[in-house]
Design a protein around this ligand. Sequence first.
Ligand code: NAP
Length: 321
Amino acid sequence: MNKKVVVFSQIDPEILTRLKAQYHVVVIDPKQGDVNQQIQQHVQDADGMIGAGRLLNQSNLATAQQLKIISSVSVGYDNYDVDYLNQKNIWLSHTPHVLTETTADLAFTLLMSAARKVPYLDHWTKSGEWKRTVSQAQFGQDIHGKTLGIIGLGNIGAAIARRGLYGFNMNILYHNRREKLEMAQPLNAQYRSLEQLLQESDFVVVAVDLNAESKALLSTEQFDLMQSHAVFVNIARGSVIDEQALIQALKDHKFFAAGLDVYEKEPLQTSELFQLDNVVTLPHVGSATAETRKKMAELAYRNLVDALDGRQPRYLVNPDF
Ligand code: NAP
């Protein structure tokens, strides 16, 4: 009998077709009722799962009898309970590297949009406000030659730093839990404590993975350290910052502007952020280009097939359980 695969989010249609040709595929569909109930029901005799953006933990995986792998179409894996998967001998795979440059592009898009007030000026122009030459209220901040502070100099953080260094002649600072000389040296990036980085940077970009130590890493105390002309960008995960503290800091104009791709609760339907001119909000689109989403789907498919064929997938989060 064909192995059973549960698809728990929308995935690339071509990959879905391929999966259907190989396996007994069940697609979880929010239109068919409670998603967690559907997962609990179908995971019982499933061999593999593939998808992204859903919380998978003990409460919806407890019934799994023969689940070998969850193949996540993402690099971040904070929505999976890895300890529980280890207990149950379930592999978790993800899709690093293929999305690094695309996500760094988006981080820079946010940085530039916030610094040069792009959404505000677009709205201002289209609504007929351009009656005379622009003045102070429309002025932005220079980017070239400034200091860029990266919190989390990993794959994406380094790709953002490269854009800053080679594209904009920026001076690079970084903060990780420990120094990363092999990554920092080619970028001429200087290590700083979190506090020093926030005080010295003109641009602060958060690119850490969400883990126990990075959760709520930035709150009022940290935002208070930033310079009044600084720009803050978060492309990591919403829960790395205290969102209410960020909203207050933006309302109080503690720094110049922010650019956000991620939020504590997604999708973000209502928020005080929507009332603020000094923040650019995007709907978690860091990796969302046609080419990159295709590569991620392809890699996630490969991870799944490898596991179901008895081979160890290349990109495992928990290779040794
Ligand atoms: P990565 O290569 O693992 O880099 C993450 C970096 O964060 C590591 O260098 C890690 O270094 C550092 N870090 C972790 N905890 C930290 C802490 N408490 N303080 C300071 N630094 C810390 O991962 P990546 O591929 O660059 O991806 C990073 C994250 O970006 C993903 O996990 C995901 O959540 C997010 N992401 C978002 C989008 C989007 O659409 N917006 C797209 C892709 C990825 P140390 O362990 O040495 O501290």
